[in-house]
Design a binder for this molecule. Structure first.
Ligand SMILES: *Cc1c(COP(=O)(O)O)cnc(C)c1O
Length: 398
């Protein structure tokens, strides 16, 4: 059995998305900037996709810029706003649980004379709003906090953050890459000034994304050259991918988001069964304010690397939540001990996963954890105090 449980890393493209894209590879291959017929067809297709994306988040099409994905959108928004409003102030607020692209961009900006405050989170992975308010100074120009966390799926108090930002005349950027296509988002209602989107997280193609920036805001462009995307993002538009993203967001709102109750049911069953069948596990992140498909769970006495490898042998694709096997900065920020964080799995359920797949995964996981713990037990150095503890200790031998 093949089971794909890594939908937070990327998703399988919907066949209907591919069907929509194909004519723009082989027939309507014009450059969207060309003034002849083929160019116009491409340009029109781009504008249709732009409208679909704008409608999906309650934005205006003029507020949507196409990019190469979530990473580029985040970097463009954060750097772009920071540079454009530098004269107003040099202070940025973010959180300790952002994805690496946002954190790295903030660290780069610190080297360029910006000051950054990193707000921490509680043990459920939710940012502390009081600390956010306390961090604001008259130099603060930007708050950048993610919509839903990429590892634990926890949805941040975006309403409140937007309100706080707007009241203080501060811009609010949100990395919504993991959220768009999973939950409904309204940038007006939530007072979001800029927001990142990536198609491959909602069954669209890879390497294409969008950035929403509210009308009237200035942001310095990242890619210079020809004047594409209202002179904000140079480079020939990836027409097939843009068309695919338009189709994918349409399907997300028509179909995928409506699967939420079923996915939650499957997820809760999954979590409950793991807790029932396997000892010494910890479920990470708030279970209420959370994206439907996300399970993040730590196992004592095993490593993520071994778990992922053994699951792979059984045909199951799972992840630790990041590319590296190092305990994640997100789990450590939630005060989860290093020893526990290093044995974490993120299992992200998508629209196509079935109960049979979850049952198969549960059986495999139970067997694998037992097996790995047995090996780890056998390889433990003998306890120096075995006469006192009986040799079955988990730590006193060190
Ligand atoms: C996937 C992801 C990104 C990166 O998006 P790409 O399109 O792969 O560049 C950024 N932030 C979050 C929260 C993500 O889940």
């Amino acid at each position: 059995m093949k089971v794909y449980l890594d939908n937070a890393t990327t998703t399988k493209m919907d066949k209907r998305v591919l069907d929509e894209m194909m004519p723009f590879f082989l027939e309507n291959y014009g450059n969207a900037s060309s003034s002849y017929e083929l160019g116009k067809i491409a340009n029109q297709a781009i504008e249709v996709a732009r409208e679909k994306l704008a409608n999906s988040i309650n934005a205006d099409p003029k507020e949507i810029y196409f990019t190469s994905g979530g990473t580029e959108s985040n970097i463009t928004a954060i750097r772009g706003l920071a540079y454009s409003y530098r004269r107003r102030g040099n202070h940025i607020i973010t959180s300790t649980i952002e994805a690496p692209d946002v954190l790295e961009t903030c660290r780069q900006l610190e080297k360029e004379g910006f000051e950054v405050t990193y707000i921490d989170v509680d043990e459920n992975g939710i940012i502390n709003l009081e600390k956010l308010e306390d961090a604001i100074t008259d130099k603060t120009i930007l708050i950048t906090i993610m919509y839903a966390n990429c590892e634990i799926g926890v949805i941040q108090p975006v309403n409140e953050i937007g309100q706080i930002a707007r009241e203080n005349g501060i811009f609010f950027h949100t990395d919504a890459v993991y959220a768009v296509g999973n939950v409904k988002i309204d940038v007006r209602a939530k007072k979001i000034d800029s927001l990142s989107i990536s198609a491959h997280k909602f069954y669209g193609p890879k390497g294409i994304g969008a950035l929403y920036v509210r009308k009237g805001l200035k942001f310095k462009k990242l890619l210079v050259g020809e004047g594409q995307e209202k002179n904000k993002r140079a480079g020939t538009e990836n027409v097939p991918a843009i068309v695919g993203m338009g189709k994918a967001i349409e399907l997300a709102y028509k179909e995928y988001i409506k699967c939420e109750p079923e996915i939650i049911k499957l997820r809760d069953y999954f979590v409950k069964e793991i807790q029932k069948r396997i000892e010494n596990v910890k479920v990470n992140g708030d279970m209420g304010e959370r994206l439907a498909g996300n399970v993040n769970i730590s196992f004592y006495d095993v490593t993520s690397e071994d778990l992922i490898m053994e699951l792979d042998k059984k045909g199951i694709s799972a992840s630790s939540g990041s590319i590296s096997f190092e305990p994640s900065h997100i789990l450590l920020a939630m005060q989860i001990p290093y020893e526990l964080a290093k044995g974490t799995l993120r299992l992200s359920i998508g629209k196509d996963n079935t109960k049979e797949e979850i049952d198969y995964t549960l059986d495999c996981l139970e067997e694998i954890v037992e097996h790995l713990r047995k090996i780890s037990d056998e390889n433990k150095p003998a306890c120096k105090f075995a006469d006192k503890c009986g040799g079955n200790c988990t730590g006193c031998h060190t």
